[in-house]
Design a binder for this molecule. Structure first.
Ligand code: SAM
Ligand code: SF4
Length: 397
């Protein structure tokens, strides 16, 4: 198989003995992953083309030498990081079953969260380091007071992409102001197209409000809309074709996300996960699919279009088909830590550096350290995997 310039690294390997293995994605035909029960843990790592201060990967796919002090945010495996997810709050107005308990969730004191000024400053440094894409998330970003002001501040910095992930409960009224402030794209989470089931999964939310928000977002120009669906076995997996049909009817891109071990309750169970491969097969049988041309980039979703030309879906198979090899993402938690992976507890504080009088160069160093410390991939499918201490809404999904 042509690896398209990808270097493979065996995830079991430490830095000193990383070996060549198989690549994770071939970008042709159906999803290339294994089943949920037996998952190869080899990862592909994209070789970095070089640049000021960046050394080339050796034949083990690992960069030799010390952490670069200039140039883009590159890790030891040559992965360049240009996508920053910023969580603006760990609070939320919903309590989705796969994310938070119905009662008893504790939230961080507001004084611990980064202010908008602080977020803007960090984002400016990130921009100078080559970050081109920002996604605002949480918790629920729209519950943070004056959220639109933050979008305007970030828009002023000049990123290629400025996007939002939201449960959309408050989006209808905010869509237009957000676009005026500079928002370019939105992903809306919606796990069922059936009123009662939606309420049972998302708890505290209702389907009608979310469908109305989708229309409002489109009317404001946030197209094409992406719709995030977390599939749970025995709950909403009988809606796979309904969602595919929804994608075909509306032109909205429906992305099916595998349930990840990041719920705050700690109740994740592999048996509840619906593998992306299964989603592909079920839809492909009804409406044949083809990979979207050129889909070999770092985006987490494997994209497929319907062969008859009507609509597109995405598969985010983080568990059964890890895409760590091309990962270009970093996260900034609401309390100001850089997190180099959803599944690693490794965090590098920025807030404390800023609040103790640190310079922008100090902030830059924190970014570089965080990226340099990144592992080749997550180990969800390894026996030694430990759930991260912080759950999805605390990290920023
Ligand atoms: N509150 C917003 C929302 O729901 O869209 C943004 C934050 S939420 C944490 C971001 C995305 O993560 C949502 O699409 C949500 O469905 C997804 N998510 C949350 N917990 C998850 C889990 N345990 N496994 C997979 N996806 C999850
Ligand atoms: Fe809130 Fe989003 Fe988590 Fe649901 S998935 S509880 S909307 S943060």
């Amino acid at each position: 198989m042509d690896s398209g310039g990808l270097i493979s690294v065996n995830m079991n390997s430490d830095l000193s003995n990383a070996t060549s293995a198989v690549t994770a994605r071939d970008g042709a035909g159906g999803p290339s992953g294994a089943s949920a029960n037996s998952v190869p843990v080899s990862l592909s790592v994209r070789a970095h083309g070089g640049g000021p201060g960046v050394e080339r990967a050796n034949d083990r796919g690992v960069l030799d030498g010390a952490m670069p002090l200039a140039g883009p945010l590159v890790d030891r495996y040559g992965r360049v990081h240009n996508d920053l997810r910023i969580s603006v709050t760990d609070r939320c107005n919903l309590r989705c079953v796969y994310c938070m308990p119905l009662e008893g969730m504790t939230f961080q004191p507001r004084s611990e969260l980064l202010t908008f000024e602080e977020i803007e400053r960090v984002a400016r440094v990130a921009r100078q380091l080559g970050v081109t894409s920002i996604r605002l998330t949480g918790g629920e970003p729209l519950v943070r007071k004056s959220f639109t002001d933050l979008v305007a501040r970030l828009s002023g910095i000049g990123f290629d992409d400025l996007a939002l992930t939201t449960n959309a409960m408050q989006l209808s009224a905010m869509a237009e102001p957000l676009v005026k402030a500079g928002l370019k794209r939105v992903n809306i989470s919606c796990d069922s197209l059936r009123v009662e089931r939606f309420a049972a999964i998302r708890r505290r939310g209702d389907l009608a409000t979310v469908l109305k928000a989708m229309d409002a977002a489109e009317a404001a120009g946030l197209t094409p809309l992406k719709i995030n669906v977390v599939l749970l076995r025995g709950s909403n997996d009988d809606e796979i074709l309904d969602f595919a049909s929804f994608a075909r009817d509306t032109g909205r891109i429906v992305r099916f996300i595998e349930f990840m071990p990041l719920d705050a309750q700690g109740e994740w169970d592999r048996a509840q996960l619906v593998p992306g491969r299964e989603v592909f097969d079920r839809i492909n049988e009804q409406w044949p699919l083809a990979p979207v041309d050129g889909d070999l980039g770092p985006a987490p979703a494997e994209r497929f279009r319907f062969l008859d030309g009507v609509g597109e879906i995405g598969l985010i198979s983080s568990v059964t088909q890890p895409f760590c090899g091309t990962c270009n993402r970093l996260r900034l938690t609401a309390d100001g830590a850089i997190r180099n992976c959803l599944f690693s507890d490794d965090e590098t504080t920025i807030r404390d550096v800023i609040r103790s009088g640190g310079t922008d160069e100090d902030v830059e160093q924190q970014f570089r350290r965080a990226v340099w410390a990144k592992f080749p991939g997550h180990a969800i499918n390894e026996p030694q995997f430990l759930r991260p201490a912080r759950s999805m809404s605390m990290i920023g999904g």
